[in-house]
Design a protein. Structure first.
Length: 96
């Protein structure tokens, strides 16, 4: 997939983590009724359990993120990579 594939995968990963971390923090607040207190051992154990569940979900979602990246690679190639790619002069083969 080349450079476009790398860019596509990086964008999907960034989007996944940028969306899921706030969702997890908000979910914690909705379930417990308060924001996590890092000085409270009970809150830390709840956070640990939520983090464990989230990491398992994130690992489960890797094939989905790879599929999304591969599916959007042609679009990234056409609309991003090709627009920023420098045109290289043709290589002349001279046997002198």
């Amino acid at each position: 997939a080349g450079l476009a594939g790398i860019i596509s995968y990086a964008l999907w990963e960034f989007g996944f983590w940028a969306l899921s971390v706030p969702v997890c923090v908000f979910g914690y607040r909705e379930l417990t009724g308060h924001w996590p207190d890092f000085q409270n051992k009970e809150d830390l154990s709840k956070l640990g359990a939520e983090a464990f569940a989230f990491v398992n979900f994130a690992r489960f979602a890797v094939p989905l993120r790879i599929g999304l990246a591969l599916g959007t690679t042609p679009w990234i190639q056409k609309n991003v990579v090709d627009n920023f790619k420098k045109d290289e002069p043709p290589v002349c083969d001279t046997d002198e």
